[in-house]
Design a protein around this ligand. Structure first.
Ligand code: SP5
Ligand code: ZN
Length: 341
């Protein structure tokens, strides 16, 4: 399997609030570097650079005004001389005006975010755009006939909605890849999200569409981030009704319980008969993940890859979360090797 990688991800490492203190984000450069080392160590296949894409390729999955905000946010934030990370501090909630985009950056940050977990630094946009380009490149490789490809995306994407960032995510790499596949002639696409956290952004982007099936297995939102999305009764709306499947699981879920949900997920994907499957590959389901609460072991990730392969569909893996950096390479690549075995 080819891996698509860019060292541009080093341009981004922001800060997040942890127990009330601003500290370096769990979503850090060592994550992608560790995975790349493992890809090379096991000889998964060649590592290639991404093809050139531009802003127009991000619109569709996202709105034009959101892409404009993201690509210019640092410039506006730093114009007055600020050098610290740009972070939102106010959001439109129930009964407030969410239909008027504020004209100043302090307002825009809240308008286009779901939380304060997506810090914008001086070169964040470069890393974000390149991460999406990795997924776009991977999608093209699979559409051109490869059985599978691995987009080693960083920053991740699945919490980013049509018009918002959050949860370490800015552009939704998997959704951008899925949209590109449809634009290139795919009739149906499925996104299977196995990150510990609900793929709320991907759900948001395709919620009213029947051509892109979205399936997510994740920690029950009553006790797990992102809290406000990911319940089983969110099934899609309008023409998309029945084309979103959420499989929330309890804290402490181990492989025995996980594999049952995964079976249902794979059945739903297979029934959709997609021309392309995009896997949002988070390995924060690992037992030692510092911010998540499932109990998968490193060997379970090989089984996960094997089960995904049994769908028998051209598959793009796009990297999402996973914060136990020491073992992120083993766990992520175990999925890919399990898929190929
Ligand atoms: C892509 C992805 O996996 N995003 C996850 C975003 C999670 N954001 C909430 C993090 C909460 C961290 N709490 C730290 C507790 C440490 N004891
Ligand atoms: Zn996650």
């Amino acid at each position: 399997m080819l891996t698509v990688f860019s060292s541009s991800h080093h341009l981004h490492h922001g800060k997040e609030l942890k127990d009330g203190a601003l500290t370096p984000s769990f979503e850090e450069p060592g994550r992608a570097d560790t995975i790349l080392r493992r890809v090379r160590a096991v000889g998964l296949g060649n590592v290639i650079a991404c093809r050139p894409f531009g802003l127009a390729h991000y619109i569709g999955a996202h709105s034009e005004r959101y892409v404009r905000f993201l690509s210019t946010a640092w410039q506006q934030w730093s114009a007055g001389g600020r050098t610290s990370d740009a972070l939102p501090l106010v959001w439109p909630v129930r009964n407030m005006r969410d239909d008027i985009e504020p004209s100043v950056i302090e307002g825009k940050l809240g308008y286009f975010s779901m939380d304060a977990g997506a810090p914008i630094t001086a070169h964040t946009w470069n890393a974000v755009a390149e991460s999406a380009n990795l997924a776009l490149t991977g999608a093209e490789l699979v559409l051109e006939g490869a059985r599978s490809a691995f987009a080693l995306c960083r920053p991740p994407g699945h919490h980013a909605g049509r018009e918002y960032m959050g949860g370490y995510c800015y552009l939704n790499n998997a959704a951008i890849a899925a949209s590109h596949a449809i634009a290139k002639g795919a009739r149906r696409v499925a996104v299977l999200d196995v990150d510990f956290h609900h793929g709320n952004g991907t759900q948001d982007i395709f919620y009213e569409r029947p051509d892109v099936l979205t399936v997510s297995i994740h920690g029950d939102p009553s006790v797990s981030y992102p809290y406000f999305s990911g319940n089983a009764d969110e099934r899609g709306s309008h023409a998309g009704t029945g084309f979103n499947l959420n499989l929330p699981l309890a804290k402490g879920t181990d492989w025995a319980a996980y594999t049952q949900a995964l079976k249902l997920a794979c059945q739903a994907v297979a029934a959709h008969a997609p021309d392309l499957l995009v896997v949002s590959l988070g390995v924060d389901t690992f037992e030692n993940d510092p911010i998540s609460h499932f109990q998968l072991k490193s060997d379970d990730f090989s089984r996960l890859g094997d089960q995904i392969a049994s769908i028998r569909c051209p598959t793009l893996f796009a990297m999402e979360g996973g914060y136990m950096v020491d073992e992120i390479g083993i766990n992520a690549v175990n999925v890919l090797q399990g898929f190929e075995a």
